[in-house]
Write a protein that binds this ligand. Structure first.
Ligand code: ATP
Length: 359
């Protein structure tokens, strides 16, 4: 079944305010697709336009090739799971799951068959008669999913459904959601401001900022090749160093980074001499071996955070550029204390250079 989605240049305006700007995007049938961005960037508004709770000011939403203009929410092949789950506390678990089917006039026996099957799918086979209050946070989460799946949606819309759970359960539920998506083959559209969630579960991620699409890519590409300053700073920890282009060759680009001197990064192909740019280097790509790479820096340690198998050092270079360096715990030396100097280097091929300065 075609459960692809095409957002055809959709715009959402609330009065003078544009919450979503000219969004043109295809989501494939059976894809786990996430919208990732900070609070207020327009994620829920997009979900509401797909589900039919909001009509776009301009543009059209297509689901399975059908234009959804004028199709009310309850007639769309979508189901939504809200942040607060919105389970009915006075109904049993099975009644919650069967609710959407009852509204559609499906007979009791058929409803029970569906709820039994879904309870099994979410690993709660014996919980149908329980009250909602008897369930743990993670179990409630699974019932909300089962209820959303009962009406056999082609597209499941998930609005930050894990945000109320504690960290451990959240991590566990990430795997469960991904597994469930594989088992059902339904298109999942997930919104979150948590990059860890988006990167671990999604086939592709759309990074949003202020109503605008920044980049759409698979998680590895997004991490390794961010295309905008916003995406480079928002997806994963990243060190940003501003500079001006002084030299460009086939592979590398050289930036004059003021007091930090000349630093080289990967040539992005769209910059010429004199232009402002920002160089990004991941904490795990900075080495404590000063001689190892062409780009060399000295910095003063501000903080040392032991994270188990690795350490993060927060340091400042020339008193103004904050750098985070991640090293394996084996590399820890007793001399690494706050206020001590470290000498660092990084490889130009691992540094991404993006046009413009940081906001
Ligand atoms: P969060 O992660 O906090 O839920 P979000 O990315 O989902 O944020 P939206 O809820 O889509 O953001 O809101 C985007 C912007 O549109 C916000 O600035 C919000 O204040 C505004 N907005 C949303 N709904 C309305 C409305 N009905 N009327 C006016 N402004 C609105």
């Amino acid at each position: 079944m075609d459960s692809s989605i095409h957002l055809d240049n959709i715009v959402m305006q609330f009065g003078d305010f544009t919450a979503v700007q000219q969004l043109d995007l295809n989501i494939e049938s059976g894809e786990f697709f996430s919208f990732l961005g900070p609070s207020g960037c327009g994620k829920t508004t997009i979900l509401n336009m797909i589900s039919g709770f909001l009509q776009p000011t301009h543009g059209n939403v297509y689901i399975g090739g059908q234009n959804m203009q004028g199709v009310p929410a309850n007639k769309r092949p979508t189901s939504m799971i809200f942040q607060n789950l919105a389970l009915f506390p006075l109904m049993s678990v099975a009644e919650n799951i069967e609710f959407g089917l009852e509204v559609r006039g499906i007979k009791k026996a058929a409803r029970k068959k569906t709820s039994d099957r879904l309870l099994e799918l979410v690993d709660l086979a014996d919980s149908g008669n329980k009250k909602i209050s008897e369930l743990s946070g993670g179990q409630k989460q699974r019932i909300a999913i089962a209820r959303a799946l009962a009406v056999e949606p082609q597209v499941l819309l998930l609005d930050e459904p894990l945000s109320a759970l504690d960290l451990k359960l959240r991590q566990h539920m990430r795997n469960e959601l991904k597994e469930l998506q594989r088992k059902t083959g339904i298109t999942f559209i997930y919104i979150t401001h948590d990059q860890g969630e988006a990167l671990t579960m999604s086939d592709r991620v759309a990074v949003m900022s202020a109503g605008k699409l920044q980049q759409v890519a698979d998680p590895i590409t997004l991490y390794r090749q961010p295309k905008t300053i916003f995406a480079a700073g928002f997806v994963g920890e990243n060190n940003a160093i501003r500079g001006r282009v002084t030299d460009v060759n086939a592979e590398n680009i050289t930036l004059d980074c003021g007091e930090l001197g000349l630093l080289q990064g990967n040539n992005p192909g769209n910059l010429s001499r004199g232009e402002e740019a920002t160089l990004f280097i991941r904490p795990e790509h900075i080495s404590l071996d000063h001689e190892q790479h062409t780009n060399q820096l000295s910095a003063r340690i501000e903080e040392i955070n032991f994270e188990g198998s690795y350490l993060t050092l927060v340091a400042t270079a020339k008193n103004f550029v904050k750098l985070t360096v991640q090293i394996s715990s084996d590399q820890y030396l007793a001399s690494m204390v706050p206020h001590s100097e470290i000498r660092l280097s990084f490889n130009p091929s691992e540094a991404i250079v993006i046009a413009g300065g940081e906001d």
